[in-house]
Design a binder for this molecule. Sequence first.
Ligand SMILES: [Zn+2]
Length: 132
Amino acid sequence: MKKEDIDRLRAEYPYYVSDDLLSVPDGWIGPLETFLKKLRTIAWPEDHDKVLVALQWQVGTNGIMVYVTPVLGIKKWDPLMAIALLEIVDDLRGETQTTCRVCGSRDAWLRNYGPKEGVFCDEHVPGGADAS
Ligand SMILES: [Zn+2]
C-alpha cells in the first residue's frame, strides 16, 4: 500500500493504522477500509471514538490476518459486540482471499506459482491467465 494511503487511513483511524500496513498490496485497500469502518461501528455510540482493541497485522500472500486484543474495558463489551468483532476479522480474511492483490477485483483466488504465489484475478496472475 502506498505511503499516502497509509497516511490518509492513519488520519482517520490513528490508533489502528501503522506502517506495518505498507506491506498490504494495493488491491486489498478496499477490504482493509471496510474492516476499519466496521470496527468503528461496533462500540456503543458513546464509545465510538474510543479504542476498542489493539491490532496486530499479518499480511500474507493469501490474505490479511488481524489479531485483536481488547483495550476497551471488558465491562463495556457485550456478546453482540464480541460476535461482530469476530465477524469483521473473519470478513477481512475472507475478502482478501478473494480480492486481487493488484487491482482489487473480487473475481480472484489464490494462485500457487512458487515465489509468485498470491491472490490474483485472471488479468494479473503472474505469467498470464493460462500459466497453470
Ligand atoms: Zn487483478
